[in-house]
Design a protein around this ligand. Sequence first.
Ligand code: F6R
Length: 248
Amino acid sequence: MRVIVTKDFEETCKVAAGIIADVIAARPDARLGLATGSTAKGVYPYLVQAYREGRLDFSRVSTVNLDEYVGLAPDHPQSYRHFMDENLFDRINIDKRNTIVAKGTGDIEENVRAFRREIQSRPIDIQLLGVGVDGHIGFNEPGKVLWDSAHVEELDQSTIDANARFFKDRSEVPARAISMGVGEIMRAKKLLLLATGRQKANAVAGLLKNEELDAKNPATMVKMHADATVVIDEEIAGLIGYDCKKTN
Ligand code: F6R
């Protein structure tokens, strides 16, 4: 694992955008695995800026997103399809037919099967990951077992609470999501996990401070990947006593 310690959230996002830009520069038809949430939301403006300044071309890029809420239609303001359109796809020259977000309404079992087929259709060159306070990656929640492939996940109460900030009322937060499986995430050629702020410190400690693979902290699985970059801020590094000079 390569670990980068940044000053703060903003620098984390900038560094992450630079890493994604390098992948696209090396491979103009790259397949990006993307994420939503406040961390990813900080990364996309840098990609949009690079596109506007003529430094990045998305015309041949394709994408697949980690997850989507069950029960929210693509045009729902809190759906992850809507999030991606608003924060990235509508601001760059990507062909939206080449952007995959699982469908959260209709026949969910069929949507999961279709999502699995899409994921398997081509390797992901780089997968962007945020991390939940409870250690989830994608929406793979802590538990006794983790899943290899895309599936429907019951969201933990802590995840529902954390996501309530995006909804008018807590009761509107979906309790289930379609998520890429941990195995599918691991099969991406590169992983890029971002974590900032003290509330993520426990999850990151499990990833960086010991050798355990812990289903109760799915972020720990990232240590198995041969080409993973983890970007954390000084606050987390300080809290978990991570030595900035050490890369494991
Ligand atoms: C979102 C996703 C989640 C988030 C995680 C962190 O597509 O897969 O795993 O990355 O919940 O969310 P934020 O960045 O809002 O703290």
